[in-house]
Design a protein around this ligand. Sequence first.
Ligand SMILES: Cc1cc2nc3c(=O)[nH]c(=O)nc-3n(C[C@H](O)[C@H](O)[C@H](O)COP(=O)(O)OP(=O)(O)OC[C@H]3O[C@@H](n4cnc5c(N)ncnc54)[C@H](O)[C@@H]3O)c2cc1C
Length: 373
Amino acid sequence: MHVVVVGAGILGASAAYHLAREGCQVTLVDRADEGRATAAGAGIVCPWGSLVEDAASYALLAGGARYYHELVALLAEDGEDDLGYARVGGLYVPAEADDLDALERRARARARAAPEAGSIERLAPQQARALFPPLRRDQPAVFISGGARVDGRRLAAALQRAAVKRKVRFLTGSAELIAQGRRVAGVRIGADRIEADRVVVAAGAWAPGLLEAVGIGLGVAPQRGQIVHLRHSDTDTARWPVLLPLSSYYLLAFEDSRVVIGATRETNSGFDYRLTAAGVAEVLNAGLAVAPGLAAWTLSEIRIGFRPLAEDNRPKLGPAPGIDDLFIANGLGPSGLTMGPYAGALMADAVLGKSPKLALAPYALAHSARKGD
Ligand SMILES: Cc1cc2nc3c(=O)[nH]c(=O)nc-3n(C[C@H](O)[C@H](O)[C@H](O)COP(=O)(O)OP(=O)(O)OC[C@H]3O[C@@H](n4cnc5c(N)ncnc54)[C@H](O)[C@@H]3O)c2cc1C
């Protein structure tokens, strides 16, 4: 079976890699759009305390965090270990003490079904600061030892390389779907026509345009995120935990003396690839309020990404309604680096007609999304 996957972000790269592991012939196409979400995403993988209440979305989040352990082992088999993934722990630091109690209860309840969450501990301010030194002095915390962070760029690149090692053909270009009656027969890239038995559209926030052409309204739109990177040479940040104030903002650190503060959530932004004065101020103010010790760090980079946000906030995974041989993988919104590798593996099973480990029915695109039926 030949499958074309459109989009090589975290979701498409994972789907292509897992399809190739199953012995499928795969072509992966990517256009490297400015603002692709995987290249901008922060990389927090710590779902157990999250405020997400939708059971289906939480199942993907929790499954995604769990799946990292398997994925790391699979990629190691393919000689890929530069993922920027580390279980550094998650430090929840809500502004209100009551929120800390509720958070701890929620995390403990969820962790019963998730041994990978590790231990959960209440920390006094000085204990929390010992883990993340720039943290404000009066901030108590709940620490979840299984929390992790990942570098979306490095992980997507590792998945792409591993896919290519497994004979995936990786093309750069802009794909359009070829409709043939009530099925999709492949993609067109410029003058080239690539026939396929099945096509997976994992084109992030750009997918609605592709799918519109075959009469499908996806109900996904770009949500801009502006995200700030700070550096301080000679500071060993490799093991600093991710910091979760339980608002739209968060902080995390990587090995290269770098702390990332995220992020704006600009719904209705369209594909406006710009930094704004208000956006950058908002993120810096929120980050420095939690971690004032970062004030003198060097502002080294600001990234922009377009989250593929579903109208109902729930990911869309599975066959396209009313069109044969077309599959949709989208709508991971603010949590795609957590869910993406797992969702890609589930998609590979669905495309191959196997029962995925997590039933995909809750993520199906409604039949009403098919226009003209
Ligand atoms: C600022 C920010 C912070 C975030 N922080 C986190 C976090 O801490 N934790 C977390 O879990 N998630 C986080 N996310 C969310 C996560 O980054 C996204 O949900 C995820 O990366 C989406 O992946 P994707 O593969 O669906 O889309 P993308 O990464 O956008 O990939 C889509 C790809 O499809 C390509 N494409 C589009 N159209 C075509 C076409 N016609 N032909 C060929 N190629 C095409 C694009 O060029 C692109 O490369 C964050 C996102 C942002 C923006």
